[in-house]
Structures are given as C-alpha cells and as structure tokens.
Write a protein that binds this ligand. Structure first.
Ligand SMILES: Nc1ncnc2c1ncn2[C@@H]1O[C@H](COP(=O)(O)OP(=O)(O)OP(=O)(O)O)[C@@H](O)[C@H]1O
Ligand SMILES: [Mg+2]
Length: 358
C-alpha cells in the first residue's frame, strides 16, 4: 500500500512532469514505422512536422526526437502558438531591443535565440496568423532573423519541429495556411495514428501506464482483468493516449476497475432529473447544487472504498480538509465508518443551499 506521505501527492496529469523520453511506441506496425522514421530523421538538420489528433503524443514525440538528436544537450524550447496573444507572439519569437516599443525597457532575446544549439518546438503551428507565417517562412529560408527594433541579423541555430492537430491540407485550401510555409516545415512529416487505429497497442500501453503511475503515486495497482482490457480495446478514445492515460491514473489512485466504467455508457448511467418548483420556475443554482452533491457523493464513496474507509487519506487525496470531508460525508448520507448503515434522509441529495464546510 502507499505510504501516507505519497498520498499527499495529488494525481497530476501534466505531461511536463514526465521525463522527456517517456513515450511508449507499442508493437503496432504504424508505431514501429514512426519509430524507424525517427531513428533515421532525428540526426538530420531538417525541419520535422508532426501531425496527429489531439492527445496522440505530438509533444512527447517532439521531446523524444530532441533527446535522440545531436542537439540533445542544447535547450528544448516550446512556442505554444495559440497560448501567446497575437500581438505578443512576434516579440516572443524574435525578441526585441531596448526601446523597440513602449514598455521594451530592456533588450530581450526571443525563443528563437533561446533555442540556440537545441530544438525549437512550434506547437499548434496552424494557429499562427498570416503575417507571422510570412516571417517564419523568411527565417526558415534565409536562416537569419532580427530582434524587433534591431538592425543586426542573427543566425538561427536550432532544429525546428512543428506540430498541429489540424488538417493542414484543408487549411491551405481555405487560405488559412501558406502552402510555401507548409513545404518548408514538412521536409519530414510524421503522422501519429489515432489510438482507435492501433488498438493492438492498447494492452501494452495500459501496462506501461500502470507501471508509470504505480511508481509516481507509490501504489501497487494490479494488472487489469482480461474483461476490462477487452472493453478498453473496443473503445474509440476520442482523446487518444491522453484519455487512456487519465483513465489509468484514476485506476491506479482509486485501485478499482470501476473507474473504467463510471463515466461511460457501457453501464447504465442513472438519468438525473429535476423538478419545477411550485411557482413553475427552474432554479439553475439549485439544480447545479444537486448535481454537484451527487457527484461529490459518488467520488467520495469511491475514494473511501479504495482506501478502506481511511478518512484522513481520503481527505488528502481529495485535497479537502479532514473537517470538510466529515461534513460532506454526513451531508451525502454516507456512513461514517465502513459497514455502518447510511445515515438518514440527507442521502437523497437535498436541494437546499445550506452553508458549505471549509
Ligand atoms: N506514446 C505515448 N506514450 C506515453 N505517453 C503518451 C504517448 N502519447 C501520448 N502520451 C501522453 O498523453 C498525453 C498527451 O500527449 P501530448 O501532449 O504529447 O499530445 P498532443 O498530440 O500534443 O495533444 P494536443 O494536440 O492536445 O496538444 C501526455 O500526458 C503524454 O504523456
Ligand atoms: Mg500538443
């Protein structure tokens, strides 16, 4: 079982916390072909374009390519194109000189310079606006760029990897993406398959993720039953590996295969109904409270069960105070101890808006 110290660690599913090489390819032909292509391309100083639906692993793959490249000892610098406001992205990318614009009180190197000797990862490249696409094309053709407000040309000395989950061909057809930039960045293109197109990898990925999360959360969750594995292989996984990863994290933390069924339609989901108040209104706030309470009831119950009704551990995992947990357990009508009967009418998810505990 996990130590109480480990239980204080909330399950964080941020890929940035995983070491960069943490990618699992799987035995499918498609993923083996991806792997072989990377082994050949990682060392070449040419741009690489990674395509694939959301959650297929474009970013982890970019890290992997970097770690296999001659630039691995240099920095890996990511530019998340949609996250940077349009007005700022140029200065973020190219940097600026002191006084280049109002507020530029000191010179600042851009990400292109920061990536010197390493990899520049342009994520969600299809989101770049037309003027920046033109500037990026210029840099990639010329190999030089200038900080804003500067006259000195600087050499771009980083391997460029771009990624997008958009269909770039379609973007080009509709005028959203420059064809000439596309030809520049796709010297080598790697397309990551959707998880539903490589179902044979799912049992291997499941094992890989189980071991990862057991280590990370200091748990000892057992391998999945055959029945559950088959179920997972039949699913379509619109969120791809990210979705599977989240499911596996929940499984490892809760220690119960129920977590694979809870939010799915393979098991009947009770239909949530609400009633009009006598005056014919539908008070949204009240309904939201009812739904929240129902959710809280289910989650608390699951975590309590998974932790043999240890309420301190449960509170730590749920990131609420022990006092708040006791309050919520009472409010949800859950028994205070394992095996005790449920307590009274409150289990019916009251619609009242009584004050919350801390
Ligand atoms: N092959 C893989 N092996 C291990 N983990 C993976 C793999 N593919 C994806 N993941 C995990 O799935 C999550 C999503 O991966 P990533 O961020 O690389 O996807 P993405 O394709 O960039 O998605 P998006 O288009 O939404 O940005 C991450 O937490 C990552 O660790
Ligand atoms: Mg991504």
């Amino acid at each position: 079982m996990a130590s109480s110290a480990a239980l204080k660690v909330a399950p964080s599913l941020n890929s940035a916390e995983l070491p960069p090489e943490h990618i699992y390819f799987g035995p499918s032909e498609m993923m083996q072909a991806v792997r072989q292509k990377i082994e050949r391309a990682a060392g070449l100083n040419v741009p690489i374009l990674i395509l694939g639906e959301s959650g297929t692993g474009k970013e982890v793959l970019a890290h992997f390519i970097h770690s296999r490249s001659p630039w691995r000892n240099g920095p890996f610098v990511k530019v998340n194109c949609p996250a940077i406001p349009g007005t700022l992205i140029e200065s973020e990318l190219f940097g600026y000189e002191e006084g280049a614009f109002t507020g530029a009180v000191a010179a600042k190197p851009g990400r292109m310079e920061q990536a010197n000797g390493g990899t520049l990862f342009m994520d969600e490249i299809a989101e770049l606006d037309a003027s920046l696409q033109a500037k990026l094309l210029h840099v990639l053709q010329d190999g030089h760029f200038m900080r804003i407000g500067d006259h000195e040309e600087r050499r771009m000395d980083a391997r460029v990897i771009c990624a997008t989950n958009r269909q770039l061909h379609r973007e080009i057809e509709t005028g959203g993406f420059r064809a000439d930039l596309f030809y520049r960045i796709n010297v080598i293109t790697i397309t990551l398959p959707a998880l539903r197109d490589r179902r044979e990898d799912i049992p291997y990925l499941v094992e890989y993720l189980r071991e990862q999360f057991n280590r990370r959360f200091q748990r000892d969750a057992a391998p999945l039953s055959k029945e559950t594995l088959h179920l997972l292989q039949r699913r379509d996984w619109p969120g791809n590996v990210r979705e599977l990863e989240n499911c596996m994290a929940r499984y490892v933390v809760l220690g119960s295969e129920d977590s694979f069924y809870a939010e799915r339609t393979e098991r009947p989901v009770p239909h949530f109904t609400y009633e009009l108040t006598p005056d014919g209104n539908i008070p949204l706030k009240r309904i939201a409270q009812q739904v929240t309470r129902r959710m809280e009831h289910d989650v608390i119950l699951k975590v309590l069960q998974a932790n043999h009704w240890n309420r301190r551990k449960t509170a730590a995992i749920l990131k609420i105070s022990y006092r708040a947990l006791l309050y919520k357990v009472r409010q949800a009508g859950l028994p205070a101890k394992r095996g005790q009967p449920k307590v009274g009418a409150e289990a019916k998810f009251p619609a009242d808006s009584s004050a919350e505990a801390d």
